[in-house]
Design a protein around this ligand. Structure first.
Ligand SMILES: [Zn+2]
Length: 453
């Protein structure tokens, strides 16, 4: 039976029908529109996006110094926007955002967009980008998060746990029974948060204490948890949401096999909000066309066809404070086929991580490798691991181990890892005390030191 979503009413005097107040009403109004727009044809969604994009470009040209002279070829007053004009809009690189933060701020941000806040996102290089957002962009974040809950039929009255990097708001919210902002339109059960920096043993003890039905965490942390769980551990869980890092098929399958619960992934970035959610009836992702226009481009800058992998650029449709037009996120993704579920929201088959997660084979071919991390921990007592490409022919396996490994274990590990490489490479073991999370608290299984892959 589908769970009941009960609108949060402004006070106890309004029991039926229930009357939401201010921000809750806004999120519910967005959600109601999203419920309809998801079924529009892809071409219709694009036409609607063009109307919003044109409004955004006009705002940029009029009020954003960086864009004053950059849009003249692609945007004309009194004429509509079309695909070729849109594709002539220059791409905004991370470096350009870093270097032009002030020039990218609107001199006349719309008052209707509410309070603005300064945001920061750490890139793959560790050099942070700064930008601003508004309450409007936050409402779209909440509405998309609500869509995730509804698509996967999460019970809003259940207990929720997040093992994430905690911000101040989540610290406060961790008191049981508080409603959470992203469900502000509906009455919710208690939400609890725990710091992802704590050891796995503490995380598991905390989960046993809190007994949540739903857990949100990062894929790398989920994998660590699974390594310390047996079948039937955490029997109270119904589903797990992952975010912030690339979720691979292996972790997904391991979760289903060990805990017996599905994993539903969210693709998001600070700069663009929630950009894609997993389809409830298919394994792929749907793009959140109401709040963001992602484009997946090949090396020549042309849109990729289904099955092709390209770099992701994205335009958040409602950021009128620091508009990010065709912003290059640094991630790669594979375009999906139209989804059998009937939703017109465009699809992405999978997200693949960043440039530094590309392995360049000796032949020059590029792949996003998967090293079967569950298999590694089955061979030897490995606490943490990370594969690092040093040159086109050399790989290092950085390992944190519970004790010195035997020669036989090293030989088995070598066989396990090299079997996953389509070409021969040299492998060397490097034993380290700890492997820290990368920029922004993200953990990567594989990183390449090869410059300009
Ligand atoms: Zn679908």
């Amino acid at each position: 039976m589908a769970p009941r979503y009960i609108v949060s009413s402004r006070d106890a005097s309004l029991q039926w029908p229930r009357v939401p107040s201010g921000e809750a009403a806004t999120v519910l109004a967005l959600h109601a529109q999203n419920e309809r727009s998801q079924w529009l044809a892809e071409e219709t969604l694009w036409t609607r996006q063009l109307v919003q994009l044109r409004t955004l470009l006009a705002h940029c040209q009029a009020t954003v110094p960086y864009y004053r002279d950059r849009l003249t070829d692609c945007f004309e007053e009194n004429s509509p926007l079309d695909r070729s004009r849109w594709e002539a809009v220059p791409i905004l690189t991370r470096r350009a955002l870093q270097e032009n933060f002030d020039a990218l701020k609107s001199e006349v941000p719309p008052a209707s967009h509410g309070a603005t806040s300064a945001m920061q996102s750490s890139g793959s290089t560790g050099t942070p980008v700064r930008f601003m957002n508004s309450r409007i962009t936050t409402y779209f974040y909440y509405a998309n998060n609500l869509r995730h809950y509804r698509w996967h039929e999460y019970d809003p009255a259940a207990r929720y746990a997040g093992i994430v990097r905690l911000n101040a708001a989540q610290q406060k919210l961790s008191e049981a029974g508080k409603p959470v902002p992203w469900m502000m339109g509906y009455a919710t059960g208690p939400h609890f948060y725990f710091d992802i920096g704590r050891p796995v043993s503490e995380q598991l003890a905390w989960l046993q204490e809190v007994q949540p039905q739903y857990l949100t965490t990062y894929p790398s942390n989920l994998r660590n948890l699974l390594d310390h769980c047996n079948q039937g551990s955490l029997p109270f869980l119904r589903a797990i949401t992952t975010m912030s890092e690339v979720l691979n098929d292996e972790t997904r399958a391991a979760c289903e096999a060990t805990l017996g619960v599905p994993v539903q992934d969210i693709y998001s970035a600070q700069e663009i909000g929630i950009a894609a959610l997993q389809c409830p009836s298919d394994g792929g992702y749907h793009v959140m066309s109401e709040s963001v226009l992602p484009e997946i481009l090949d090396e020549a800058g042309m849109p990729c066809a289904p099955g092709e992998v390209g770099r992701v650029i994205a335009t958040p449709l409602q950021n009128f404070i620091t508009p990010l037009i065709r912003y290059e996120l640094g991630d790669f993704a594979e375009v999906g086929e139209p989804c059998a579920c009937g939703r017109g929201l465009p699809t992405v088959r999978r997200f693949l991580g960043r440039v530094r997660n590309i392995l360049v084979l000796p032949s020059g071919e590029k792949i996003w490798p998967s090293f079967g991390s569950r298999g590694l921990t089955a061979i030897a007592p490995i606490r943490q691991h990370q594969l690092v490409q040093k040159t086109r022919t050399d790989l290092e396996a950085h390992l944190v181990v519970e004790r010195t490994l035997t020669k036989d274990e090293e030989a088995q590990l070598t066989a396990h890892l090299t079997a996953r490489l389509p070409e021969m490479m040299h492998l060397r073991f490097v034993y380290v005390d700890a492997i820290s999370r990368g920029p922004g608290g993200k953990f990567e299984d594989f990183v390449s030191d090869v410059v300009d892959p």
